[in-house]
Design a binder for this molecule. Structure first.
Ligand code: DGJ
Length: 782
C-alpha cells in the first residue's frame, strides 16, 4: 500500500506489518522519517523526527534563513557531498568543471506498476499486482535527475529500492559512487550481523556493536564472494531468533558490491548498499541514464526468524522463476567427490546403476567430460565431448543413464578459458587481461571478457549446442576464479571503470537467454561452492551449490548462516564421504544426511564402494526424504539453537498450517553428563495434538569398539575379522521416540526428547548422540 499526502508531500509505504515513511523537507530534500512496525497512515507524522530548535555548533547551515537546519543532522534518502553532510554520500559525481558538489531536491512523484529493467536481475511481480512509488529528485544547477524507486511487497514485508541516475544536461560527467539505497535512522545500540567467510567457510555469522565510525563490507573479487555476502542485518541489542527488532538489507547483484554502516558523532545510523564504488567510474553522457541494482529492505519486530522468513518468502515468490516455484527437486548423485577427473564411461555407468538402487533420481556428470580436460590445467572453453573418455558421446551416454532410470545432468564453466585450449589459441584477445602484464591465474584459468558481444554469442551457442545434443535435465553452472588484471581491450581509457559492471550485465544477458530458452532445464549455480551465492543468481537459477565443504559439522554452520537470507529450497546440500577431505573429520553417515536433508539433497561419494550397512542406511534416508520432501524443501524454516554460540544446532521446518514439522537436533561434542534438554517449539500450533516420532536411524557398532564386549552375549575380539565383518552388516537401531504431546505444552514448555547419554551405559531408551551426532523428529497432527 502506498499512501501519499499530496499537500504535505508525505509518503507512507505500508506492508502487512511495517511502515516506511518519507517526506519532503522544507529544504526540498527527500527525508527519511520512519521504518518500523506499522503505523496508522491517517495520523500526523511530525512526532517521528528528531527536533531541531536551535543552531548546533560547528555545522554548515544549509540556508541562511533557517539556522536550525543542516544536512549533517538530517535523515536523508539521497545524501550527496558538498552541502554540509559529512557522512557517506550515496551519490558522488565529478562534473566536467572538476566540481564534486551535488544537491538534489524533490521534483515530482508517481505511482506506477512495477517497471521492468531487462538488463539486470530484479524482483518480479509475476502474477501479483505490485506497485512502485517513483520520486524524482533534481539538481537544478547541474540538470541531473535521480529516480528513486520504492516497490512494496505487502505480503512479504519487504520494500525494494533502487536509484536511477539520469543526465538531462548537455555535458558528460563521471559517476564515482552510485548507491542503490540509503537509509538513515536514530541509533539505539544496534548490533550489525554480516555473513563472512572464505572458500569452504561461507556465510559465517559475524556480529558486532555499531560504534561511531564507518563499517564497510565489500567485494573487490568480481563476484559477490564468500568473503562477505551482500546481505546484512541490523538488530537492536538483545534481539534473538524469536524476539526483538531487526532490519535486513540485501542487494540483488552478483559482482563487486559494498554495504556501508555509519554511526555519526550524533549517533545517527546510515546504511547504504550498492555497486562497490572502489575501482568504479562511469561516464554518463547527455541523455544517458545509469540504473543501479535493486536492494531489498525488511523489518521485523518479532525476531530474526521472522526477518529471514520475509526474505525466504520474497525469494520464493518474486525471485525464483514461476516454473520452479515450489517445484520439488530431485535427489541427485554428483560424481565429483566420487571420482574427481579420474573416471571412465564404465565407472559412470556403474555409479548410475548403484544410484538407481539407492533411490536417487538424477545423475550429474561433473567436471572433466569435455575437450582435453583431465585435470584443471586444460580444456576450459572447448565445449565438445571428450570421446577418449566417453566413447559413447553425450547423447548415447545420457540415453544409457535414462535407461537405467535416472535423469541426466551436466557441469559447465562457460565464463572461463584455460590457455591450454583450442578456444584460447583461436581467441587470445577474448580474455580479461592487461596487454602490458603477464596475466595472473586462478586455478590455471583466465576469465572471458563478457562485456564483448562475440564472447557472449560464443557462450550462448556452445551451451545451447550441449543442451540440444542430449537429454539434459540439469546443468551446474560453475565459476572458479576471482578477477585480476582488470582491463578490457574493447573499452577506451574513459570506460575501463565500467568493466566490472559490464561483465555482470554480460553474464546476466547470457543467463537470461539460456534460462528462457531452456525453461525445463534445472540450472544450479556454483562458484567454487558459495563464492557467488547471492540474490542476483537466483533470478536465473533456482538453486546453488552452497559450499565445497561437505563436512557434516561445518555444513551445520554454513547452512545456519546461509538461512538468514536464503531459504533451504535454494541450497544444494550433499552427503559426501567421511572423513571429510576438507576437515579430515569423521562424522556419522546418519548425521551427514540429517544435516543435508534440510536442503536440496544429493550424494557425492563413491557409492560403488558402500558396505551393506551403508547401502541400507542410505536407502532408508532417501525414502524418508522423499516422503517428506515438500516439507523439507519448502517448509517454513526456524533456527532454534545456534552452533556459533552453543554446543548444538537445532532447526525446524513446518508446513503452512503447522500440522507437520520436522525438528533436527545436532550435538557438536559429547560432553560429560550434560544438562537435560528442552527444545523450544514455539512455532507449532497450540491447538493441535502432535504425534512425535523420530526418523529410524542406525549405529554402526564399530563405533563402540571394545565396549561392545560389555553388551554382546558372545565375546568377540574388537580388532578381529569377525567383528570387522559384523560391524558393516549388523544394523543397531537407535532409541525410538513415539509419543503424543499437546501443542500448548510444546509451545509453552518445549519438546523434551529421550534422556541424553550420561556416561553410565545405554539401553533402548537412552539417546546416545556422541560427537557430531544428530536426531530428526517428525511432528504430525494426531
Ligand atoms: C568447483 C565446484 O564447487 C565443485 O563442486 C566441482 O564442480 C569443481 N569445481 C569441478 O571442477
Amino acid at each position: 500500500m502506498i499512501h501519499v499526502d499530496k499537500k504535505l508531500l508525505n509518503f507512507h509505504l505500508q506492508t502487512k506489518h511495517t511502515s516506511y515513511i518519507m517526506r519532503v523537507l522544507p529544504s526540498k530534500h527527500l527525508g527519511c522519517v520512519y521504518y518500523g512496525d506499522k503505523l496508522d497512515d491517517k495520523k500526523p507524522i511530525n512526532h517521528l523526527e528528531a527536533k531541531h530548535e536551535i543552531e548546533i555548533g560547528n555545522q554548515v547551515i544549509y540556508e541562511e534563513h533557517d539556522k536550525t537546519f543542516n544536512l549533517n543532522l538530517a535523515y536523508l534518502e539521497m545524501p550527496t557531498y558538498g552541502k554540509g553532510d559529512f557522512r557517506e554520500p550515496a551519490l558522488h559525481i565529478r562534473y566536467d568543471d572538476g566540481s564534486r558538489t551535488s544537491d538534489f531536491h524533490y521534483l515530482k512523484h508517481d505511482i506506477i506498476d512495477k517497471p521492468i529493467f531487462k538488463e539486470m536481475p530484479e524482483t518480479k511481480a509475476y502474477k501479483d499486482n505490485i506497485k512502485t512509488l517513483v520520486i524524482i529528485l533534481k539538481d537544478d544547477y547541474r540538470n541531473v535527475e535521480v529516480e528513486m524507486h520504492y516497490t512494496v511487497f505487502y505480503d512479504q514485508d519487504v520494500i525494494s529500492r533502487r536509484a536511477i541516475y539520469k543526465n538531462t544536461s548537455d555535458q558528460s560527467f563521471i559517476i564515482e559512487k552510485a548507491m542503490s539505497m540509503n537509509f538513515d535512522t536514530f541509533s539505539d545500540q544496534y548490533q550489525l550481523t554480516t555473513f563472512d567467510g572464505a572458500w569452504i567457510r561461507e556465510r559465517m555469522i559475524n556480529k558486532r556493536l555499531v560504534e561511531q565510525g564507518i563499517i564497510k563490507i565489500d567485494s573487490k573479487k568480481g563476484v559477490s564472494s564468500s568473503d562477505h555476502n551482500p546481505f546484512i542485518v541490523l538488530a537492536k541489542d538483545q534481539t534473538n531468533e524469536q524476539y526483538g527488532k531487526c532490519y535486513g538489507f540485501g542487494l540483488i547483484y552478483s559482482g563487486n558490491f559494498e554495504a556501508i554502516i555509519e554511526r555519526s558523532p550524533y549517533d545517527m545510523i546510515r546504511v547504504q548498499m550498492g555497486i562497490n564504488s572502489f575501482d568504479f567510474y562511469w561516464e554518463l553522457k547527455p541523455q544517458e541514464s545509469f540504473t543501479t541494482p535493486e536492494a531489498l529492505m525488511s523489518y521485523s519486530s518479532s525476531g530474526l526468524n521472522t526477518l529471514s522468513q520475509n526474505y525466504h518468502n520474497l525469494i520464493k515468490n518474486h525471485i525464483i522463476k514461476p516454473d520452479w516455484q515450489g517445484k520439488e527437486r530431485p535427489v541427485l548423485f554428483n560424481n565429483w567427490e566420487a571420482t574427481f577427473f579420474d573416471f571412465t564411461q564404465r565407472k559412470l555407468i556403474n555409479l548410475a546403476k548403484q544410484a538407481k538402487k539407492l533411490g536417487i533420481e538424477l545423475f550429474v556428470l561433473d567436471d572433466g567430460w569435455f575437450g582435453s580436460r583431465n585435470s584443471d590445467t586444460e580444456g576450459l572453453g572447448d565445449w565438445t565431448v571428450n570421446k577418449k573418455k566417453l566413447p559413447l558421446g553425450l547423447q548415447k551416454l545420457a540415453k544409457k543413464i535414462n535407461d537405467i532410470g535416472l535423469d541426466f545432468g551436466l557441469w559447465v564453466e562457460p565464463e572461463m578459458v584455460n590457455p591450454k585450449s583450442d578456444l584460447y589459441k583461436e581467441h587470445p584477445d577474448w580474455v580479461i587481461k592487461h596487454p602490458g602484464y603477464k596475466p595472473s591465474f586462478g586455478r590455471n584459468q583466465l576469465i572471458l571478457d563478457l562485456s564483448k558481444e562475440d564472447v557472449r554469442t560464443y557462450i550462448k551457442a556452445s551451451i545451447s549446442n550441449i543442451i540440444d545434443s542430449a537429454n539434459i535435465k540439469y546443468m551446474k553452472w560453475d565459476m572458479n576464479r576471482n578477477f585480476s588484471d582488470i582491463y578490457s581491450n574493447a573499452l577506451n581509457h574513459k570506460s575501463q571503470g565500467k568493466l566490472m559492471h559490464l561483465y555482470q550485465l554480460g553474464l546476466y544477458d547470457i543467463l537470461e537467454y539460456l534460462t528462457n530458452k531452456y525453461p525445463e532445464v534445472l540450472f544450479e549455480s556454483c562458484a567454487s561452492g558459495g563464492n557467488r551465492f547471492d540474490l542476483g543468481m537466483f533470478l536465473y537459477m533456482p538453486q546453488a551449490w552452497t559450499s565445497d565443504n561437505t563436512d557434516g559439522y561445518t555444513r551445520q554452520l554454513i547452512h545456519y548462516g546461509t538461512s538468514y537470507c536464503f531459504p533451504q529450497s535454494v541450497m544444494g546440500a550433499h552427503v559426501s564421504d567421511s572423513p571429510s577431505s576438507m576437515s579430515i573429520r569423521k562424522t556419522d553417515l546418519e548425521t551427514r544426511f540429517d544435516v543435508n536433508c534440510f536442503g536440496l539433497l544429493g550424494y557425492e561419494l563413491d557409492i560403488t564402494k558402500l558396505t551393506k550397512f551403508q547401502k541400507h542406511v542410505i536407502k532408508n534416508q532417501i525414502k524418508f526424504y522423499k516422503e517428506h520432501r515438500a516439507l523439507l524443501q519448502f517448509g517454513e524454516y526456524y533456527r532454534i539453537k545456534n552452533p556459533f554460540e552453543t554446543n548444538n544446532t537445532y532447526i525446524a521446518v513446518t508446513n503452512k498450517d503447522k500440522t507437520e514439522a520436522i525438528l533436527g537436533i545436532f550435538q557438536t561434542l559429547q560432553n560429560a553428563a550434560e544438562g537435560l534438554e528442552k527444545i523450544d517449539m514455539y512455532m507449532l500450533d497450540k491447538t493441535i495434538d502432535y504425534h512425535i516420532t523420530n526418523r529410524k536411524s542406525f549405529f554402526n557398532i564399530g563405533k563402540f569398539s571394545y565396549l561392545v564386549g560389555h553388551a554382546l552375549p558372545i565375546k568377540l575380539n574388537h580388532n578381529g575379522i569377525a567383528f570387522h565383518t559384523l560391524k558393516n552388516r549388523y544394523l543397531y537401531e537407535k532409541e525410538k521416540e513415539d509419543q503424543i504431546v499437546s501443542g500448548d505444552q510444546l509451545v509453552n514448555n518445549g519438546f523434551i526428547p529421550k534422556q541424553n547419554f550420561m556416561g553410565t551405559g545405554i539401553n533402548e531408551s537412552v539417546r546416545l548422540m556422541g560427537d557430531f551426532g544428530s536426531r530428526l523428529y517428525y511432528f504430525k497432527k494426531k
